[in-house]
Design a protein around this ligand. Structure first.
Ligand code: SAH
Length: 444
């Protein structure tokens, strides 16, 4: 009997008191599963038979869903996925945060939860002497050939298919990761959702790319939205997709996209949210909780390329952003220039160091936005935030477990979470994003 779900969407059940994880099984179902791995406190199993199926179970649309590690929830109706994600957030607030009175709204889902990704990253490899490109099979490094990915923008799908076709036709040596030989390692494609501009990045093991001219000409002839063809050189034995060096083979070195009316330049290395439709939904929720009038000072901690900072900047007097990755701050500054915003100040550094310094320097924001990685903020950042005494703190989180932990910490220091709005940024996967609104409690 499956009694719950893990954070990645896998079903969780107990056998004689021992916890067993069963991917693809659904809460409420009785299933037969085969144990494949036993650890100290839990076991992993594969689903063999569904004895009683959940009424919301559906047939996955993708033909390779069960082999691919990309999606985890396609076996559930979209409505059920959203319910499950909300339940997960509620459970975390109750179990970890010790809070039962927080308003957790229904998850804001997509009207059309397919083909939402603006970035494709596809590895090339060999299977039985045949060049393939697709995805790594779940939990392994074996590449499965694939024609189409249903959560990918269809223009990206077409571009990947074209590169694959040309690589075969022109006999471009495909990289073999075991022997560390061959040339073409990955293709990355990015499409601007609003602008339609497309970038193709060919990742190669070395400077030399055979048939470069022909390859580029054919890409340009067959992909009308193409604005940029880049070569990225990665000669390391690594799973990291991009190497440090990129060069333009044709067109521009960046493409542009918009979130609301803020423009962003995107290069091969730039971090840019992958679901542009839901990014706007997420940021609009941040705007609602921030309640800016145009007079406020705002901090955006863990700001990436400054997307939230710039999105809020039109309604603020001054905005500060801090981020650990220097290249991201470089992008953030360029994007501020692109949007003619000179009241936004970006700094490279660790939030847990820069925030306390800003506190000492006397910066007193009216609103603080944080958007930390999965491990959450931690005490140093939160203590500094509390010390600055903002009216409101808006917490964007990709992990409701650490959000709930930090909510408890903030509550003990006078900041009460009033409501939480989950947003579905990654339909069909186990991820759930939340925006939480904290307000300073009145001192009596
Ligand atoms: N707000 C951005 C990015 C959020 S992702 C957006 O919406 O696009 C979280 C960011 O935190 C990443 O860019 C990561 O590089 C950064 N980060 C991770 N640890 C950090 C730390 N200790 N201090 C500051 N930034 C950090």
């Amino acid at each position: 009997m499956i009694t719950g779900h893990a954070h990645d969407g896998a079903g969780v059940g107990k056998v004689e008191g021992f916890t067993v994880f069963v991917p693809l099984a659904v809460q409420g179902e009785t299933v037969r599963a085969r144990i494949t791995q036993v650890k100290k406190t839990y076991a992993k199993a594969v689903l063999e038979e569904i004895v009683s199926a959940h009424p919301d179970r559906t047939r996955p649309l993708c033909p390779v869903y069960e082999q691919c590690g990309g999606c985890q929830l396609q076996h559930l109706s979209y409505e059920m996925q959203l319910k499950q994600k909300r339940q997960q957030v509620m459970d975390h607030f109750m179990r970890i945060g010790g809070m039962t009175d927080v308003v957790i709204h229904p998850v804001l889902g997509m009207d059309e939860p397919w083909r939402y990704r603006n970035k494709a990253q596809v590895p090339f490899g060999w299977i039985n002497g045949r060049a393939v490109a697709g995805f790594y099979a779940s939990g392994s490094h074996e590449i499965v050939d694939m024609e189409s990915c249903l959560i990918q923008h269809s223009a990206n799908d077409q571009a990947v298919a074209k590169v694959k076709e040309l690589a075969r036709k022109l006999k471009i040596p495909i990289y073999d990761e075991v022997k560390h030989r061959g040339v073409l390692r990955h293709v990355m494609v990015r499409t601007g959702y609003h602008t339609g501009e497309m970038m193709v990045v060919l990742v190669t093991n070395g400077e030399h790319l055979p048939h470069k001219k022909e390859l580029v000409r054919e890409l340009v002839d067959s992909l009308p939205q193409l604005k940029s063809v880049m070569q990225n050189i990665n000669t390391k034995r690594t799973n990291v997709v991009l190497g440090e060096k990129s060069r333009v083979l044709w067109g521009e070195n960046v493409i542009h996209d918009k979130i609301g009316d803020v423009v962003f330049a995107i290069s091969p290395h730039s971090f840019f949210q992958v679901n542009p439709v839901q990014t706007k939904v997420l940021y609009d929720q941040v705007v609602r909780y921030a309640q800016l009038s145009g007079e406020e000072t705002v901090i955006d901690a863990y700001c990436g390329i400054g997307t939230i900072a710039l999105y809020l900047a039109k309604k603020a007097r001054r905005v500060y952003g801090v981020e650990i990755v220097p290249q991201a701050i470089q992008d953030a500054k360029e994007n501020a220039g692109l949007n003619h915003m000179n009241h936004v100040h970006f700094e490279v550094g660790r939030a847990e160091e820069v925030m306390p310094r800003w506190l000492r320097e006397g910066i007193r924001p009216d609103v603080i936005v944080v958007d930390p990685p999965r491990k959450g903020c931690g005490p140093a950042t939160l203590d500094a935030a509390v010390g600055m005494g903002p009216e409101r703190l808006v917490y964007v989180s990709c992990n409701s477990a650490t959000l709930a932990r930090d909510a408890k910490y903030l509550k003990e220091r006078g900041y009460q979470v009033t409501e939480v709005q989950p947003v579905d940024m990654f339909p069909h996967t186990g991820h759930v994003e939340c925006v939480a609104c904290f307000v300073k409690k009145e001192e009596n």
